[in-house]
Design a protein around this ligand. Structure first.
Ligand SMILES: Nc1ncnc2c1ncn2[C@@H]1O[C@H](COP(=O)(O)OP(=O)(O)OP(=O)(O)O)[C@@H](O)[C@H]1O
Length: 268
């Protein structure tokens, strides 16, 4: 239903991603992995038509380059990394922005009863309904991340694109968010495509991994097929599996009696 075919894209006439091919099926939960600067966010921007590209990006067989922004937004929603906020809306108003493309006559028309209820439902899901009146400039990074997720859900898209969605979230909220998105991706022909740095979370919650390196796609398959020591060494330039094993060992010690002894000794 969503097909990226021979896509290259970049900035100021210089491509930073090259000849990418990915075929996305309904109900998949795909993670895009790779080191800093390899082009993951650029690929997501091309997928929403935010930047121009060479090649084709087909949604149900139609190139998104030929679709109106409103049509793209009804199908594909992108939740970006938090950047600076230059405006101040309440949490409720911010989530309502997600309904913009579903409202019949532009933004100044009153939202329908359905829009209001849908927004409340999305705020409930991510646990921000009790702060609906707060200004978003007053929120913590984690609260803001959840408000942006609610706005993304309020768009009621078929495909959600996420750019490092767990930034700013504590472990509990990271896990809750990813579990929610995993369940969401299995309903009603939905799909989630997320750029992630946390390989543990990706392993737990994604079905498929796309690895990028230096602007190119170098591996695409199930988590079991793709995630292996050699590939990780090649992509990240370090022994990722060894690092994970050391972490596991450390946590095993923490969970055992040894952990009852302090690991870090006070200096004073
Ligand atoms: N707006 C921009 N203008 C010019 N170059 C850009 C722009 N955004 C990104 N780039 C460049 O494109 C390349 C790919 O960046 P991109 O943000 O897609 O990488 P990434 O894999 O998402 O990185 P990270 O993991 O650090 O977020 C980098 O060299 C970056 O400097």
């Amino acid at each position: 239903m969503f097909s990226i075919q021979n896509v290259s894209a970049g900035y100021n006439g210089v491509d930073v991603i090259h000849d990418i091919n990915i075929d996305v099926r309904e109900n998949e939960n795909i993670c895009i992995l790779g080191p800093n600067g390899c082009g993951k966010s650029t690929l997501l921007k091309a997928m929403t038509g935010l930047i121009g590209y060479k090649g084709q990006i087909l949604l149900d067989g139609v190139d998104i380059a030929t679709m109106k922004r409103k049509e793209i937004a009804k199908n594909i929603a992108m939740m970006s990394q938090i950047s600076s906020i230059y405006f101040s809306y309440s949490v409720y108003e911010t989530v309502m922005l997600g309904r913009y493309n579903h409202m019949k006559k532009g933004f100044f028309k009153e939202p329908s009863q359905y829009d209001k209820e849908f927004v409340m439902h999305c705020m409930d899901i991510v646990g921000v309904s009790d702060i609906g009146e707060k200004q978003i400039t007053e929120l913590s990074g984690g609260q803001l991340q959840r408000v942006f997720l609610a706005r993304t859900l309020a768009q009621d898209p078929r495909i959600i694109l996420l750019d490092e969605p767990t930034n700013h979230l504590d472990l509990k909220h990271q896990t809750e968010l990813m579990q929610y998105l995993q369940a969401w991706s299995k309903q009603d022909g939905h799909t989630v495509i997320g750029v992630m740095h946390d390989i543990n979370l990706a392993l737990q919650l994604s079905d498929r991994a796309v690895f990028m390196s230096d602007g190119k796609l170098i591996s695409d398959g199930s988590m079991a097929q793709t995630v292996n020591g050699d590939l990780m060494q090649r992509v990240y330039g370090m022994d990722v599996v060894g690092y994970m094993q050391d972490s596991y060992q450390m946590w095993t010690e923490i969970a055992s009696d040894k952990a009852k002894k302090p690991r870090i000794h006070r200096v004073v």
